[in-house]
Write a protein that binds this ligand. Structure first.
Ligand code: C2E
Ligand code: CA
Ligand code: CA
Ligand code: CA
Length: 278
C-alpha cells in the first residue's frame, strides 16, 4: 500500500513537473511570439443600441502558435501575469490597436477601442510610462481608447489604483469597469473611480431575458449606472430575445456572439463597411 501511495505521489509530482516545464516553454515562446507577430489582436464589436451602429470594439488577444494553432487568452494571460510578461503584451495590444484605429479612420470608420488592462498593471509605473510613450509617438486618439479594468484591480492597492486611473483619465483615456457584478464593489466605492462605463458580466446578461433574478440584477445595475452618469455595456449576448430585453431596459451598448464574434482586423473593416452601406 505504501508503495502504491508513493507511486501515486510520484506520478502526481511528475505531472506537475511536466506541466511546469510546459509552462516554462510556453513563456519562452511567448517572448518570441511578441516580436514575431504571432500575437494577434482580434476585435469584438459593441453595438450602440440607440443608433444600431458599431462605434466601438474590444481588443482581444490571440496567440497563433505554430504547433498548437490559436491559443486563447485564458491559456496564457494568467501565466503572463505571473511572469511579468503582461506589461509587454498589453503594450503590444495597445500599439496594435492604435495602428489599426488609424487605418480604419482613413477608411472612414471612427472606432473606439477598449483594451483589457490586468489588475496588476493598473498601478504599475512601468506600464504607465509605456502608455505615455505610446501616446506621445502615436497618431492615435487617446479619447478613443478605453481601458477595461476589473474590480480586483482597484481592490489590491485601492489608493494607488484610484490615483493611476485618474491620471489615465487625465490623458483622455476612458475607464470601463469590466465583469461588473462578479466582485463586491459598493456604490460609494465606484464613485471614487473616474469611470465612463460599466460592463455587466456575461454571467448575469446571458439568461437575463429568461431568468427573473438575473433580469432584475441587470435592470437595477443599468438604472444605478445611469444615475451615476455611466454608460452600460452588456456582454455575452447570444440571442435576439436577450438583445431585445436589454434594448427595452435602456442599456447603451451590446456585445456578444449574437452581434458578432471577435474578428480579425480585416474582417471587422468588412463588417463596418457593409453596415454603413445599409
Ligand atoms: P473578458 O474581458 O470578459 O472578454 C470577453 C470574453 O468573452 C472574450 O473571450 C470573448 O470572446 C467572450 N465572448 C464574447 N461574447 C460572448 C458570448 O456571446 N458568449 C460567450 N460564451 N462568450 C463571449 P476571450 O477572447 O477568450 O477572452 C477571455 C478573457 O481573457 C477576457 O475576458 C479578458 O479578461 C482576457 N483577455 C483577453 N485579451 C486580453 C488582453 O489583451 N489583455 C488582458 N490583460 N486580458 C485579456
Ligand atoms: Ca474585457
Ligand atoms: Ca468582460
Ligand atoms: Ca467576463
Amino acid at each position: 500500500e505504501e508503495a502504491a501511495r508513493e507511486g501515486v505521489f510520484w506520478r502526481v509530482a511528475e505531472a506537475d513537473q511536466s506541466q511546469l516545464e510546459r509552462q516554462v516553454t510556453l513563456m519562452g515562446e511567448l517572448d518570441d511570439a511578441l516580436t514575431s507577430g504571432a500575437i494577434e489582436v482580434h476585435y469584438q464589436p459593441k453595438l450602440l443600441l440607440s443608433e444600431n451602429r458599431i462605434v466601438s470594439v474590444e481588443a482581444l488577444v490571440r496567440w497563433r502558435h505554430p504547433e498548437r494553432g490559436f491559443i486563447g487568452p485564458d491559456a496564457f494571460i494568467p501565466l503572463a501575469e505571473q511572469t511579468d510578461r503582461i506589461g509587454p503584451l498589453t503594450v503590444h495590444v495597445l500599439e496594435t490597436a492604435m495602428h489599426d484605429q488609424v487605418r480604419w479612420r482613413l477608411l472612414g470608420h471612427d472606432v473606439t477601442i477598449a483594451v483589457n488592462v490586468s489588475a496588476r498593471l493598473v498601478a504599475s509605473a512601468d506600464f504607465e510610462q509605456d502608455v505615455r510613450a505610446i501616446l506621445r509617438k502615436d497618431v492615435g486618439d487617446p479619447s478613443r481608447i478605453i481601458f477595461e479594468v476589473t474590480e480586483s484591480a482597484t481592490l489590491t492597492d485601492p489608493e494607488a489604483a484610484v490615483a493611476a486611473l485618474h491620471r489615465y483619465r487625465a490623458l483622455g483615456i476612458g475607464i470601463s469597469m469590466d465583469d461588473y457584478g462578479t466582485g463586491q464593489s459598493t456604490l460609494s466605492y465606484l464613485r471614487q473611480l473616474p469611470l465612463a462605463e460599466l460592463k455587466i458580466d456575461r454571467s448575469f446578461v446571458q439568461f437575463s431575458h429568461r431568468n427573473r433574478n438575473d433580469g432584475l440584477m441587470v435592470r437595477s445595475t443599468i438604472d444605478l449606472a445611469h444615475s451615476l452618469g455611466l454608460k452600460v455595456v452588456a456582454e455575452g449576448i447570444e440571442e435576439e430575445a436577450c438583445l431585445a430585453f436589454l434594448r427595452e431596459l435602456g442599456c447603451d451598448y451590446a456585445q456578444g456572439y449574437h452581434i458578432s464574434r471577435p474578428l480579425r482586423a480585416e474582417a471587422l473593416v468588412q463588417l463596418l463597411s457593409a453596415r454603413s452601406n445599409l
